[in-house]
Design a binder for this molecule. Structure first.
Ligand code: ZN
Length: 397
């Protein structure tokens, strides 16, 4: 019995070590499980360099503000040699170009030296063709995983194909699951949406895998129309689903579990925050979403990191107004400052553009719909607010 306990303890330690919850987040700050405090993460991955991926998938996702991951076989003798110009264009639109090895051989049973060649050469080739790219994730050919101790020398995550929604923190980043779409897998819109919704109801991460489209010569073809309909569903529900690349989701998970947040000063009008982690800054440089209740008396807030404005918004959750913002751990000091009331465009001065925005809410009586506008919190925008706006007119804070 004692031996069993020791083994269990060791297993728990290993899992905790892998997951790495090492940070301390000071109250009242919260870190979003997914970017923007969305409910679930969704990733589209594309394997084997099939040309229709660049024709139908990349432009369509891009036009909806999404990016995915192209797992590329790098050998020029592969039956679909990589289209480097097309991949460069995809990368410039935020797509991840990642490894599907050099020649698509099964990795299990392969010698260590042959595996190292597959891992290192595919990574080096991709990074040489795609400027600024970080080839840090891999999809195992035929979903056949290699030796983890070798993979981890080159990559921070790897994809298998076991058809599961992953929890918000996967237990093993080298066995991240996916669902195969198309004729050999899920091939209906309702089936794809069911997995999106399963991720939302569990707060998890769903990864899809696409190979061929329409009548292309490749595995498990999916009609490009069905693919695009599945993207439309996510676009229509973008406040629920965070759609991003395999690599960015991995970075986000590791950063949010490792981040420490503390206030280094608070003058009442300005709060300076230290947002740090223990991860490598050359790899883990993705912004994570943080929020805190809007300090008492603040009508709005401006947020900067390293003296540069960062995306921020005022959101109301269960009748509390929060300032929510995206910053990079170890990316420099974060400063929240009381915004001047009336500067709704955020250009630092209250002017005519702000007035026209303000008038849209004139006499609107909706506690939730006028967050940041309702200075005296009586749930209506009226002369009380107009008086403050007029007082700030043309003033630069
Ligand atoms: Zn493949």
């Amino acid at each position: 019995m004692k031996k069993v306990n020791v083994i269990l303890l060791f297993a728990v330690f290993l899992v905790a070590g892998n997951v790495g919850y090492s940070g301390t987040v000071a109250s009242p700050y919260e870190v979003g499980t997914w970017q923007g405090f969305r409910t679930a993460a969704i990733t589209y991955t594309f394997d084997d360099d099939l040309p229709d991926q660049l024709v139908y998938a990349v432009p369509y996702m891009d036009s909806n503000g999404f990016a995915g991951t192209l797992f590329t076989v790098t050998s020029s003798s592969w039956y679909m040699p990589p289209n480097w110009t097309g991949l460069q264009n995809a990368a410039s639109n935020g797509f991840e170009i990642a490894s599907h090895t050099v020649d698509h051989s099964d990795l299990s049973g392969m010698s260590s030296s042959a595996q190292i060649t597959e891992y290192s050469q595919s990574q080096a080739t991709i990074n040489s063709y795609i400027p600024g790219n970080q080839c840090l994730t891999i999809a195992y050919p035929n979903c056949d995983e290699g030796t983890q101790s070798l993979i981890s020398q080159y990559y921070i995550a790897g994809r298998v194909c076991s058809g599961q929604i992953m929890p918000a923190t996967p237990s093993n980043f080298y066995q991240l699951s996916c669902f195969i779409l198309g004729s050999a897998g899920i091939n209906t819109l309702s089936g794809i949406e069911a997995e999106d919704n399963a991720a939302a109801s569990s707060g998890g991460w769903c990864v899809f895998l696409i190979h061929a489209m329409d009548s292309e010569n490749g595995y498990s073809p999916i009609s490009h129309t069905l693919f695009q309909q599945s993207i439309q569903y996510l676009a229509a529900n973008r406040s629920t689903f965070w759609v991003n690349t395999f690599l960015n989701v991995v970075k986000y998970i590791k950063e949010r579990n490792d981040v420490s947040i503390s206030e280094s000063s608070n003058t009442g009008d300005s709060i300076t925050l230290a947002v740090t982690d223990t991860l490598s800054n050359t790899i883990y440089n993705y912004p994570i979403t943080i929020r805190r209740p809007l300090p008492a008396g603040w009508g709005s807030a401006n947020v900067s990191q390293n003296a540069q404005a960062v995306p921020s918004s005022i959101v109301k959750v269960n009748s509390t107004a929060y300032v929510m913002f995206d910053v990079v751990p170890d990316g420099g000091a974060v400063v929240l400052s009381r915004g001047i009331y009336g500067d709704f465009t955020g250009n630092g001065v209250v002017d005519l553009n702000d007035l026209s925005g303000f008038l849209k809410f004139w006499l609107v009586n909706d506690c939730n719909g006028i967050v940041g506008l309702d200075v005296d919190e009586d749930c209506v925008v009226n002369f009380d607010e107009f008086a403050v706006l007029a007082e700030n007119w043309r003033q630069v804070p």
